[in-house]
Design a protein around this ligand. Sequence first.
Ligand code: TK8
Length: 339
Amino acid sequence: MNQFRRTLLALTAASLAFGASLAQAQDIKPRLIRFGYGLAEASNQGRATKVLAENVEKLSGGKMKLRAIGGAALGPDTQMQQALIGGAQEMMVGSTATLVGITKEMALWDTPFLINNTKEADALLDGPIGDKVKAKLEEKGLVGLVYWENGFRNLTNNKKPVAKLEDLDGIKLRVMQNAVYLDSFKTLGANAIPLPYSELFTALETKAVDGQENPYNTILSAKFYEVQKYLTVTNHVYAPWIVLVSKKYWDGLSKDERAVLQKAAAISRDFERKDTREEASKALGELKAKGMQVTELSAAETGRMRDKLTHINAGIATNVGMELWNETQAELAKIRAKK
Ligand code: TK8
């Protein structure tokens, strides 16, 4: 064997070995999923993310791994949504309200007083209407897996107790980056200012805004009670969260890998709703103990709010489409008729 052939053989063997170890490395390297969320790790969102991560790892036999990145460290909802669409991030959970700029049908979930209780919420979101709205994400580069509960939203502020509609006058109120929320609170008389959630605590602390609205769970986990004195029980809307996957990433997954994500997401949803409801049922007492002054709206005042907001509904119906709007009303009637 001459020197040339020996070198050639050695090179071939080396490259074969290199190729084999590369394939092996790919085989054992878990598919890493960057999963972003906005709330703190010590929150209902953080706890459910942990359950999701555990189940992805377990169901995939360790081949898929979810790295949870909370506290909006990957940016606010809207920024993460764009990262998912572009393929720079794999997954996230966030509000449906911040998705409306991408998928207009999501505005359905912004409808004030649409959902009366958690039974209706589950039936509507996990039923054909929830699926239909979720499916609209795909043409925009996103895949919606499941809805989690953010919850019924309540109002806090640091200026005065809000016991009637007129009390909202002049309150600088942070709302999500969403036209329905902006219009709703302007209609109610507040000075509504859209801000990403990631800027909210500082905005309250520095008094750039006087108030905000979020479910009890978030008022507690985000420690808004430290910078907000007054809480009004308004339950003005039921807000969902949605677990999203980048469509670009999804398209590269095998059937089995997709099934893992779907199954793990469903488990996390069931955990999250139970956990959120348990926490919410105790949260009001805890917020009072933390020093918040709580005002229950009278039925008459809630009625006045509802009446003022009905004109908002017509706009939502036009935006999401009359067909979807009517189907939703019919579905709700069906759910309510079931005992
Ligand atoms: C978290 C937000 C939050 C929402 C808000 O990213 O912005 O007020 O309620 O849960 O999506």
